[in-house]
Design a protein around this ligand. Structure first.
Ligand code: SIN
Ligand code: NI
Length: 253
């Protein structure tokens, strides 16, 4: 008798990969099991008592970056081969880890994450396939800080960075996007979305009595180079401008 390893990477079908390449986003249900999500949720809650909230001035979310460097359980999730295999299949190029983050919207946090792209914040050149795995560690219905995407907006690759606390800023940067269809994707614990780093996305405020807990594993093209722009993850590492991010914080996957 043979048994199936529940943690073996599931191959993504061609339809899923084509949808991702067209829309810049795809939902993968049960990328991890519900029991695993509960274990990682508990580890995430514990980690927040020790880690530094980089966004404490804001109501939008609490942000804990590079928890895989601080917590062995969350390290398992960030480096999970199921996530890496799916990300690589979707991106279609070799990837490396950029960073992870816990993004937690407390109950009734009172603030949306407004539309923005991720890539303009980052100090990378030549990174067109970068993407995030946004993993729900609790159920995230529309009312609990659920993500909304503008499919196809990943083709806008030359925009300035946008202010994720300003509802209109994305649309001042790219006025045509105001009239595009939006895709809102509720997730159950253990589901994830992958979104391209140039895809415009937002999240609702948390209107519920329970926290919204997401773990985000972010991948960049392995060949991307460092621009030297200021960023909390790379400042002080001594990286060379114009060279790849070859450093133990950014392992290839
Ligand atoms: C959020 O989780 O509220 C936003 C996530 C993101 O901007 O990638
Ligand atoms: Ni974002």
């Amino acid at each position: 008798m043979t048994t199936t390893d529940p943690q073996a990477p599931a191959a993504l079908d061609d339809e899923t990969i084509s949808a991702y390449r067209r829309d810049g986003v795809v939902r993968i249900r049960n990328i991890i099991g519900r029991d695993e999500a509960a274990r990682f949720r508990d580890a995430a809650i514990a980690a927040t008592t020790k880690a530094d909230d980089l966004f404490k001035e804001s109501k939008i979310f609490n942000q804990y970056v590079n928890v895989w460097q601080q917590d062995d359980v969350l390290r398992e999730l960030t480096l999970d081969p199921r996530l890496a295999a799916a990300a690589t299949a979707l991106a279609g190029v070799p990837l490396r880890i950029w960073h992870d983050q816990l993004l937690i919207k407390p109950p009734h946090n009172g603030a949306a994450t407004e539309f923005h792209q991720d890539a303009p914040y980052w100090p990378h050149a030549g990174s067109r396939a970068s993407l995030s795995a946004w993993i729900a560690l609790v159920d995230v219905p529309v009312e609990r800080g659920c993500m909304t995407f503008i499919p196809g907006s990943q083709n806008h690759q030359d925009l300035r960075s946008q202010d994720l606390s300003d509802r209109d800023d994305m649309f001042r940067a790219a006025p045509d996007l105001r009239w595009e269809q939006r895709l809102t994707i509720p997730l159950q614990a253990g589901d994830c979305t992958f979104h391209n780093a140039y895809l415009a996305h937002s999240a609702t405020p948390n209107l519920t009595d329970d926290p919204r807990i997401a773990h985000v594993a972010i991948y960049i093209d392995a060949a991307a180079t460092y621009t030297g722009a200021a960023h909390v993850v790379t400042d002080g590492l001594g990286l060379t401008v114009g060279e790849a991010l070859d450093h133990e914080l950014f392992p290839t996957v």
